[in-house]
Design a protein around this ligand. Structure first.
Ligand SMILES: [Fe+2]
Length: 280
């Protein structure tokens, strides 16, 4: 029987896990990891040594792999891709508050991000709790949001479109640049989490262009306010990476923001998204 230590890293969400080797974990250990994921929404699992196949195996515990349309996968592992920022690059991947690939019809339940090389300082990731943000709303606002669907688009990011954005991140192998801006999906702005019954706000400035049936001008003030509300400090946590840290976050109940504060330094992560789910 393994003993896994689960230590919360902030008041609202996030925990650090130690004392588990994900390569050899048995079903009992997995049950503890999964429970920590359900309890804390973001889990930073320290001191791992994961190859590509190991990461696929861990991801399979969370669900089927999701395809990421805009970056070429690793040779032999099309669902895995490396997120690299070279010392010479200025822009980073994953900046701005968002949940992953919400412009897909079936966005991933979980994202797994594994640190291979981290800068000596900086490069943390912020997370926010979309359940706590929802629960703190007035009843009238909850009713209002409960009647809305959001239109989510891949083309919104960085105003020049996603293809342009990715073209400026030189170390990553970009694919499908021509069609990147055509991915779009409609999802409820309040979604219910199957396992917990919790409700969460599902909306971001990075992907949500407008609310269905409303204009962009009508939608933007509320989108802006929801993101400002959800990212209040008391709804956030912050993961500081070390090589060997695997962080798994729940895209249904959180947003994240990769901090770009390590100019001139190299950061190399590996990503997998798992559990394609229709938001409801
Ligand atoms: Fe992301």
């Amino acid at each position: 029987m393994s003993t896994i230590t689960v230590t919360p890293i902030a008041g609202s969400l996030g925990a650090e896990l130690r004392g588990v080797d994900l390569r050899t974990m048995d079903n009992h250990a997995w049950a503890q990891v999964h429970q920590a994921f359900l309890d804390h929404k973001v889990i930073a699992i320290r001191d791992q040594d994961l190859g590509a196949q190991d990461m696929m195996d861990v991801g399979a515990r969370f669900g089927e792999p999701n395809h990421y349309p805009f970056v070429k996968g690793l040779d032999g592992f099309p669902f895995l891709f490396d997120v690299i920022k070279e010392p010479s690059e200025k822009r980073n991947f994953g900046g701005g508050w968002h949940s992953d690939t919400t412009y897909l019809k079936t966005p991933p339940m979980a994202t797994l991000l594994y640190a291979l090389e981290t800068p000596p300082k900086g490069g943390d990731t912020l997370y926010c709790d979309m359940v706590a943000a929802y629960e703190s709303l007035s009843e009238r606002m909850k009713q209002l949001l409960g009647g809305l669907n959001g239109v989510f688009s891949a083309g919104l990011k960085n105003s020049g479109g996603r293809s342009l954005h990715h073209a400026q991140i030189g170390a990553m192998k970009v694919t499908a640049g021509e069609t990147a801006d055509t991915y779009e999906a409609v999802h409820p702005v309040v979604r219910t989490i199957e396992e917990t019954g919790q409700k969460a706000i599902y909306c971001s400035k990075v992907h949500t262009t407008h609310f269905e049936g409303m204009t962009g001008d009508e939608s933007h003030p509320l989108i802006e306010w929801l993101v400002a509300h959800a990212t209040r400090p008391e709804f956030t946590c912050r993961v500081s990476w070390k090589p060997g840290t695997l962080t798994v976050w729940d895209n249904r109940r959180t947003m994240h923001n990769a901090i770009n504060d390590y100019q001139g330094l190299r950061r190399h992560m590996r990503r997998l998204t798992s559990g394609p789910t229709v938001p409801a």
